[in-house]
Design a protein around this ligand. Structure first.
Ligand code: NDP
Length: 680
């Protein structure tokens, strides 16, 4: 049997077998942890020096590009991982969540980084605040990579997704990761890290792997480091309270077990399509990954009148689920991930039965299929009913981390909300209702206690990604008992690994630091029109102040006829006089078009396309007789490594545009986005 190895300081490490790790399907040993002790001083030193250095030799955009390549590479080798994942008790759809969900998260973060992060390693989080009357002193925020290591301590249930969903935002941010998977399923994580290493895509020191315990690692962490944790609330509490983590204010993000609910609203009756949809969702969440998901539905709130009907419906669906070795035909539910988990889940069910009764799962008819399954970690789905859910304790406190859910009858919306809140903060709740007014009433109350809320009706169910699926672009994490953390959520998750710092100074200094033109900063003016400069040559701050144009009555009439916009403000003198402007004014879009006419260089050149405007505001009205001019300034350059369809490299340039009138008042302000060709 193989001995799993840690990957520390760029070397695979560990030869001697220690703890045997059994297959969840048949109990046979499939790997051993290693006995040798890891030198954690070396691991953190290597991360902080080699890792940080090699990651910061790249910028946000380059790291985003690597994430995409890595996702493609893992995707190409995913079948090897499916083969290993099977031993954790997973069916193919279960493994899909872990494996495809894992590299899918890399794809999403690659795209998030590309779209939302700049070139370089300083992210500017505006807006810039003018702090002095005459714009000599500004303030804004920047986000920069922390110069430390991330320690990611993961749970057993998602050995690949759990690693990659934390690695992706940390890597994008520029922090090296030391990953510690749960020992029970660490053989899957080890296999994935070997695949990642084979890709040769990651810079040196970006990823280290611990097989086994963390030893003195947490004692060795420093102020710039970061810890994330997924697992039980007890361990979260213990690690969060670690004296070194507390003393050095090391950020600690926890995602702990959560007693998620699903609520069938009072408007849903057994005749409705939503009734079936709700029952199906509950059964799906009970049986996917044999209920071993932090997001699984544990408490099922149902209007008291419909308790019996819903119980029958869920029982009927559960009775159709075949459990066993996922390699057997027709198996829809696999095993728990280990014999330890089986013991824990059985104990939790016994404790739940002190306040509830079992209506499915205890009649002895459960027979998993497949060879050797009697030594596997299989358990029947258990459906319980708690008749007095307004009482604390029971299913509001005890998490059976398996295919177990408790039905809770309620009377009226207020009672449902009270019962849901007894989970003391959860990752997710699904509310099934047909009535938008009920959703509008209940969701804001539930939101205070949850990280994510799914509203599931017949329409949404056609495309729902499911109650239990955290999505990379949406927040994953919940308040209170759920750990109080936030793992995913698009760019927000990247920001966790970046230090946010306020900076103050003159506009020129702020522009130099943010690498973004700030109004009031010194501009660069020369004889070459900025639209004639290739991406490589153009500098942030290059600027053009145009000639002037006096707006006439004819402009307004012509623009109105051309566009078909005959709004009274431009064409009805009597009505316009009654408005706050006291006269007819030019169309805002005319001002925008006229400004383009002023600043655009008409000849062929490296500016290839204008693909949008941001932050457009019309500030001062323009009337016939007013004279306008524009200032066009290169605001930001982003090198996303793009090429044109013909293969010519290009970059994104954002231009700041200020349109002013004869009094130097700002009449329009916006950013233009263009694609600009590189020289080669
Ligand atoms: P634990 O909290 O025991 O373990 C989670 C992770 O923490 C594992 O990697 C574990 O490593 C590690 N760990 C445990 N103790 C320490 C320590 N003192 N120092 C450093 N690392 C430590 O959870 P389990 O995996 O045992 O699962 C127990 C329960 O947690 C489940 O039954 C379920 O209720 C809940 N859970 C919640 C999840 C969620 O996503 N919210 C996911 C999985 C479980 P090792 O495996 O080596 O002990």
């Amino acid at each position: 049997m193989p001995v799993l190895q840690s990957y520390i300081a760029g070397q695979w490490f560990g030869e001697t077998a220690a703890k045997a790790l059994p297959s969840a399907i048949n109990g046979e040993t499939i790997a051993h942890t290693h006995e040798e002790t890891i030198d954690f001083a070396q691991a953190v030193e290597y991360g902080r020096n080699t890792g940080v250095k090699s990651l910061l030799a790249l910028d946000f955009q380059q790291r985003a590009a690597i994430l995409k390549e890595l996702a493609i590479y893992i995707q190409g080798r995913k079948e090897e991982l499916y083969e290993i994942s099977h031993h954790t008790g997973c069916t193919r759809p279960d493994s899909w969540i872990d494996i495809d969900g894992g590299f899918g998260t890399l794809f999403t973060y690659a795209s998030t980084g590309r779209k939302e992060l700049p070139s370089g390693n300083v992210a500017h989080e505006g807006p810039v605040a003018q702090l002095g009357k005459n714009n000599h002193f500004n303030g804004t925020h920047i986000l920069v990579p922390r110069r430390g290591v991330c320690v990611h301590i993961n749970a057993f249930n998602f050995p690949i997704w759990g690693m990659l969903e934390k690695f992706a935002p940390a890597f994008l941010a520029g922090m090296p990761c030391i990953v510690k998977p749960a020992t029970a399923t660490s053989y899957v994580t080890e296999a994935a890290v070997r695949v990642i290493n084979d890709s040769g895509l990651l810079p040196e020191g970006a990823l280290q792997l611990i097989i086994g315990g963390t030893g003195d690692l947490l004692d060795r962490l420093e102020e710039q480091d970061f810890v994330t944790f997924t697992g039980s609330a007890n361990t979260a509490l213990k690690l969060k309270g670690h004296p070194n983590i507390m003393a050095r204010s090391i950020p600690f993000n926890a995602e702990a077990d959560s007693l998620n609910s699903a609520i069938m609203a009072p408007d849903v009756t057994p005749e409705d399509e939503e009734f079936d949809i709700f029952a199906k969702e509950v059964v799906k969440e009970m049986t996917a990954k044999a209920g071993q998901k932090c997001t699984a539905i544990r408490r099922v709130l149902v209007p008291a009148d419909h308790l019996d009907a819903l119980t029958d419906k869920i029982k009927e669906r559960l009775s159709r689920i075949t459990a066993g070795d996922p390699k057997e035909e027709g198996v829809r539910m696999g095993a728990l991930s280990s014999a330890d988990q089986l013991r824990d889940v059985n104990e939790a069910i016994d404790r739940l039965l002190e306040t509830s009764e079992c209506v499915f799962g205890k009649d002895g008819s459960f027979k998993p299929v497949g060879q050797g399954v009697e030594n596997g970690a299989f358990i029947a789905p258990h459906l319980l009913v708690s008749r007095d859910p307004l009482k604390d304790g029971g299913a509001h406190d005890i998490e059976a981390f398996g295919p177990v859910a408790t039905l809770m009858p309620y009377n009226g919306i207020e009672e449902a909300l009270t019962i849901a809140a007894k989970g003391k903060g959860s990752l997710v709740t699904t509310l099934t209702t047909k009535d938008p007014a009920i959703a509008a009433q209940m969701i804001p109350v539930l939101a205070a206690q949850h990280g994510r809320l799914q509203i599931l009706d017949a329409e949404a169910s056609k495309e729902s990604t499911g109650h239990g699926s955290p999505l990379p672009m949406l927040k994953h994490g919940g308040p209170g008992r759920a750990g109080g953390g936030e793992e995913l959520g698009g760019i927000r998750a990247v920001h966790h690994y970046l230090q946010r710092t306020a900076i103050q100074g003159s506009p020129t200094m702020v522009a130099a630091v943010t690498r973004e033109y700030v109004r009031g900063a010194k501009v660069i003016e020369n004889d070459v029109h900025p639209f004639r400069r290739h991406f490589d040559d153009l500098q942030v701050g290059e600027s053009l102040l145009t000639h002037r144009r006096t707006v006439t009555e004819a402009d307004i009439v012509n623009f109105g006829c051309l566009s078909g916009d005959h709004f009274y403000m431009h064409f009805d003198d009597i009505a316009a006089r009654k408005t706050q402007f006291g006269q007819r004014i030019a169309h805002g879009y005319f001002v925008l078009s006229a400004a383009a006419g002023l600043f655009v260089y008409p000849g062929e050149g490296p500016v290839l396309a204008n693909y949008g405007l941001d932050t457009l505001r019309f500030i001062t009205p323009v009337a016939p007789g007013d004279t306008i001019r524009a200032r066009l300034t290169c605001k930001r350059k982003i090198d996303q490594g793009r090429t044109s369809p013909e293969g010519h490299p290009q970059g994104v340039v954002m231009w700041d545009v200020e349109v002013t009138n004869q009094e130097d008042e700002l009449v329009a302000s916006y950013d233009i986005l263009t694609l600009v060709a590189k020289r080669q």
